[in-house]
Design a protein around this ligand. Sequence first.
Ligand code: PEP
Ligand code: MG
Length: 582
Amino acid sequence: MEIRRGIPVSPGIVVRQAFVLDSEDYRIPRRFVADREIEGEIERFRQAVKAAEAELIGLKKEVLHKTGTEVVPIFEAHLRMLLDGHMHEEVTGQIRDNGFTAEFAVSRVFRKYSKSMKAVRDAFFSERVVDLFDIQKRLQRTLLGKQREDLSHLTEEVVLVAHNLTPSQMATLDRKKVLGIALDAGGRTSHTAIVARALGIPTVVGLETISIDVSGGQIVAIDGNRGIVVVEPDESALDGYRNAESKYRDFSRSLIKYRRLSAKTTDGVRIRLLANVEFPWEIKNAVENGASGIGLYRTEFLYAEDPRKLDEETHYETYKKALEAVAGEELVIRTMDIGADKLLGADSLDHVPESNPFLGCRSIRLCLEDPDMFKVQLRAILRASALGDNLRLMFPMISSLEELRQAKLVLADAREELDKKGIPYNRNLKVGVMIETPSAALIADLLAPEVDFFSIGTNDLIQYALAVDRGNERVASLYKATHPAVLRLINTVVRAGQKAGVDVAMCGEMSGDIAFTILLVGLGLKNLSTAPTAIPEIKQVIRSIDTKDAKRIARRAMKFQTSEEAAEYLMEKTRKILPEVF
Ligand code: PEP
Ligand code: MG
């Protein structure tokens, strides 16, 4: 049994066998061959070694030709490892003694080697782990015939273990089969984490090497509440986790009764709970979970292919369907936010690699650089606005007044184009901005007169305020929503909104974390947009608090000097209300 600690990003507990995708998406299942096939399997391994050897010799020659002798030793070292007799004996031993397939035997043996090398904790050996991984992949590629595994066709319930998953891979997951996720990479607000939460799959990220350390078929327990992953739990741990899994399921079911209840505090203040959605099919799930609208409709999924080929009709039809799905409730469409961790089809946007993509030409900047492309989306949103005045438009990543004005100018252009053609749209369409850069937060008073609403995007706001990459597991411990700087920024925005009579919502992941609900209500936020699956829990907290108490608690939380103290304090206050989740 091995206990691993990572970052909890989607709550829930589950124990199942692992389904491992390595970083090239090859599945390495624990499969067996019949006794009579064992010699054939050993031969398959020998052939794979030969093919890998030929590849390496070819590469060595090519590199020698292109770059001289400097890089050649790397290939020589790989060749030595590949042809190592001891390794061959171990792999063939695993096939012969256990009846494993060649690919599973290779994965077993290489995992063992890399584990013992990592245990030495020496830079030289750490680098060799990368080499080992490289050789293993080379062998697997030949053995598996380069087949990419399709995640939408799983036949058994599993815990998915991988280095990382792209948002589009997440979108094709079969939720009935993938019951838990454990990833090497990622932070709490990385996009993969956001989608996992939206799907309601217990997930732990930032596990660094879990995809190398776990083999397909091993039993893995995921505790998405505490960020713990247990590999091959012993009998008593297994019993404990199975028990916890069923208890957590009962607790989640018990929250269903909150769906139809209103989100009102005990002193009668109504808080609007909206949902963040990444894909259109989530809207239904959100409404079922009791959302009173969609506070953040991310539109990046539309750009998965070539953004320049994306036509106005496709945009329009998508927004029209979304409006039908929200059935008269609010729908906030955010304009395209591609870039940094949301690359998707941006490769096809002649994407120039940037050394600091999070600070580069992403999101609204990309749109303002290509107003014609931007206008395609804006015209479609405007046209959809004629179908219901519950539709709102929101610009992401605004960092200055000039940028907001520029975006509004392009919108005015789009309106004019529709006017010329006599195409109807809602002339009173509400236009808002995301407050997700510290600069926008600090000039919220200057932005307020030019917009109808603010929506605080804490995922980016925290990353930019604290200079901590939201998706990097190495700095995840520095990513703190309760940092005094973050709390002050949020407070500044809420106050500016209140003063100017501009609605303020929050749509970052912070709004979906029950540990912060009392604080956010206490600070005066009345609109929280969150992962649909978090809504029942948040509602339960709201229905148990009084706004006067919440204000007092928020004032106290703002006074702490460190994020730890504030987090601990808020946790303690929330634990009293919802002990089941902690
Ligand atoms: C945010 O930054 O808080 C946000 C909601 O936007 P995204 O997560 O899509 O960047
Ligand atoms: Mg953002």
